[in-house]
Design a protein around this ligand. Structure first.
Ligand code: SAM
Ligand code: SF4
Length: 322
């Protein structure tokens, strides 16, 4: 249903199950400068720089979606900071009437981009950090770049950005680092979110061996401290906790405690394809539509959003935008 809100001139996107869509993940490109085990297969196909829409066309679609009620845009990829127009995207997204503009990055290039980022309204950065050890970092990401990432985190904190760390937990690879991650985040005054490995693309090859559940994560933390659950927004992906020392952390338990029933997210790919769900491999193109066609396509995507977690996504995360 697309209905007019009494409190706003915008239309509001409400799906047949009463979920209001308000968050957009915008993938700028599929290319990346890392090769994370769970995301990037050896045989990769970067297509978006050839097939992606020109900046004006992709932003026009985002602006139309904002008109229909999107209030949060998180830019992602691939590695969004590699897009040649990354800063221009962030500047132009800053002109839209949205409540929050953010991006997710591996932070390898963050330090050098921060001065230019000041020209945007973006104050929120999600940074992937799967190991605090140089060898573990290189093994998981394929890059010897821990130092650059840590420098990027410090520089962003100095500039006053709100940072959240994303850490995909994997048995035998980084589960032993959980106390170190918590201490690191607490020391820096930032929130860390532990993600369950998702059964997406190449991660399927590692799933049996490396999946580490939210319950196991909590049990590992409980060996060291007492944990209290905190309230969180209904459509939040992370369940929030606080340790007795005051360290805040979240757990994104996409596999063991899926959050589909309250999901408020859509995904827009670099080619202008809109997807209702991370686990669906086909979307609807929003390119070159008349206003009536555009609205009709939004209706279709609203109807397509599943309420239960689909078991597996064959495409890789870099192709969709995590
Ligand atoms: N390149 C950026 C980065 O790594 O932050 C943004 C894109 S990346 C695809 C977005 C997020 O998806 C990262 O935090 C990454 O750890 C997560 N991710 C990718 N594949 C995943 C998987 N199979 N399971 C869980 N999280 C995954
Ligand atoms: Fe690149 Fe992000 Fe995928 Fe790692 S998770 S390979 S940094 S897109």
């Amino acid at each position: 249903m697309i209905k007019s809100a009494a409190v706003s001139s915008r239309s509001v996107l409400v799906d047949p199950h009463g979920r209001t869509i308000r968050k957009l993940r915008l993938s700028l490109l599929d290319a990346c400068n890392a090769s994370c085990l769970y995301c990037m297969p050896e045989k990769r196909l970067f297509e978006s720089l050839q097939r992606g829409l020109p900046i004006a066309e992709l932003l026009e679609i985002v602006a139309r979606l904002v008109h229909y009620g999107i209030t949060t845009v998180r830019v992602t990829g691939g590695e969004p900071t590699l897009h040649p127009d990354f800063i221009e995207y962030m500047q132009r997204l800053s002109q839209l009437p949205i409540e929050r503009l953010a991006f997710t990055t591996n932070a390898i290039r963050l330090h050098q981009l921060l001065p230019q980022l000041e020209s945007t309204n973006c104050r929120h950065i999600n940074i992937s950090l799967d190991s605090l050890q140089e060898s573990g970092f290189k093994r998981i990401t394929g890059r010897a770049a821990l130092e650059a990432v840590l420098a990027g985190i410090d520089a962003a904190l100095e500039r006053g950005y709100t940072i959240k760390l994303n850490c995909v937990l994997m048995r035998h690879l980084n589960d032993h680092e959980i106390p170190d991650f918590l201490a690191f985040a607490h020391r820096k005054g930032i929130e860390i979110r532990f993600l369950e490995l998702m059964n997406i693309g190449i991660a399927g090859d590692y799933f049996q061996q490396h999946y580490f559940s939210a319950a196991e994560c909590l049990a590992a933390i409980a060996l060291h401290t007492t944990v209290t659950r905190l309230p969180s927004e209904l459509d939040a992906t992370a369940i929030q906790y606080q340790t007795e020392q005051g360290a805040r952390f979240g757990i994104i338990a996409s596999e063991s405690i899926p959050f589909c029933q309250h999901c408020s997210r859509w995904r827009l790919l670099p080619n202008g394809e809109l997807r209702a769900c991370l686990f669906q491999s086909d979307g609807i193109s929003l390119c070159a539509c008349s206003p009536a066609e555009f609205e009709e396509r939004l209706h279709t995507v609203l109807r397509r959003k599943p309420t239960e977690r689909l078991v597996r996504q064959e495409q890789d995360m870099y192709q969709i935008g995590g």
